[in-house]
Design a protein around this ligand. Structure first.
Ligand code: MTE
Length: 340
């Protein structure tokens, strides 16, 4: 029997995707009461270099002394001036070849080194970061540098929901519905000059709110970069929501980058500054360990990390749910032209 032709690389058998009715019911439920579930303890690789890992045991878990605002145990959905924009309409061009990851699993398996290196504890620590009011500065080689209030910015942008695969360099993977807007819409808004060739993104450095930024062994803030061609690719998104509501802080509230064909560390969380520059900027992990984390960091199954293979990935929360890694995380059709 002839195989059914897939018209797009992201086309899939509908049976492989969570039925929309189940997902929508879950979204309504979340909207009214918040997600309920039990914490899932998961041990992962560490993204950070091994010697740094040993040094950084000074993470301060102050969750026991601070009351967490409770919408659910693990997921606190912020109540923001733009909450009426969620859930945004889904863009059906983006489908999956795997089930959507359970929301509680995604919200309790996070990399957010500003708080801790323990993925299963990030959600317990993030409430100290104040994500409103929040501004994002667009600066550097642009027509007119400007600081945007996050909610004014979100209202200017065409929010939509997209189902994306997400692949961490540590080999775990998930699939989630992000809400946000194409990065190129912001680029249009700020009108970069013709000599702007790269974008440098910077996260927060708030030692008063995040105790690990006071005592930890990293040099904050976290920073990342993309070339202008990558940033203008349709897949590159600035994300403000997940699972039909605003981002909980552990996923990078109030705004983060998502570049689904690259390893997850490129998808910088809680962005404060977006700077247009002429030369390729440094990036947090590349500056720490140039031999382990490259600037481009594209998902490439045949290029092993120096300490482990990238040939396979596993879907959280089950290490046994393993499958071959796809080139550019399955987005070859859209991005291979960038690297030809
Ligand atoms: N952004 C900041 N500011 N700090 C971080 O530690 N970790 C990165 C990325 N963005 C990180 C960050 C890594 S290594 C991954 S895999 C993803 O966030 C994890 O995103 P998630 O927790 O929403 O799954």
């Amino acid at each position: 029997m002839a195989a059914k032709r897939r018209s797009k690389i992201w086309d899939v058998d509908r049976n492989e995707v969570t039925p929309e009715s189940i997902y929508l019911n879950r979204r309504r439920f979340l909207k009214s009461v918040g997600a309920i579930g039990s914490a899932v303890a998961i041990n992962g690789f560490a993204c950070k270099p091994a010697d740094e890992e040993k040094a950084d045991t000074a993470t301060t878990d102050d969750s026991s002394s601070k009351p967490t605002p409770k919408i659910s145990e693990e997921i606190v959905i912020p109540n923001t001036p733009t909450s009426d924009l969620y859930p945004a309409k889904r863009n059906d061009a983006f489908t999956l070849d795997r089930p959507i990851t359970d929301e509680v699993v995604a919200a309790t398996h996070n990399n957010f080194y500003e708080f801790t290196t323990a993925k299963n504890r990030v959600w317990k620590l993030v409430s100290s970061l104040k994500t409103r009011p929040w501004t994002v500065e667009a600066t550097g080689l642009v027509k007119e540098p400007k600081r945007y209030d996050i909610d004014d910015l979100i209202r200017k942008m065409p929010l939509e929901e997209r189902l994306y695969r997400f692949r961490c360099v540590e080999t775990w993977a998930m699939a989630v519905p992000w809400t946000g807007f194409p990065l190129r819409e912001l680029i249009k808004l700020v009108e970069p000059k013709s000599n702007a060739k790269y974008i440098r993104f910077t996260s927060f450095n708030r030692p008063d709110e995040v105790t690990t930024q006071r005592f930890g062994s990293y040099k904050w803030p976290y920073y990342e970069g993309l070339s202008m061609e990558e940033a203008n690719n349709d897949l590159a998104m600035l994300v403000t929501g997940i699972y039909g509501h605003e981002l909980p802080t552990q996923h990078g509230a109030p705004i983060r980058l998502i570049v689904p064909w690259k390893y997850g560390f490129k998808s910088i969380k809680s962005i404060e500054r977006i700077e247009f520059v002429e030369d390729q900027p440094g990036t947090f992990w590349n500056d720490l360990q140039p031999l382990e984390y490259s600037f481009h960091a594209n998902v490439e199954p045949k290029v092993p990390h120096p300490r482990w293979s990238q040939a396979n990935e596993w879907l959280i929360p089950n290490r046994s749910d393993s499958r071959p890694t796809q080139l550019y995380n399955g987005y070859e059709e859209q991005v291979a032209k960038l690297y030809g």
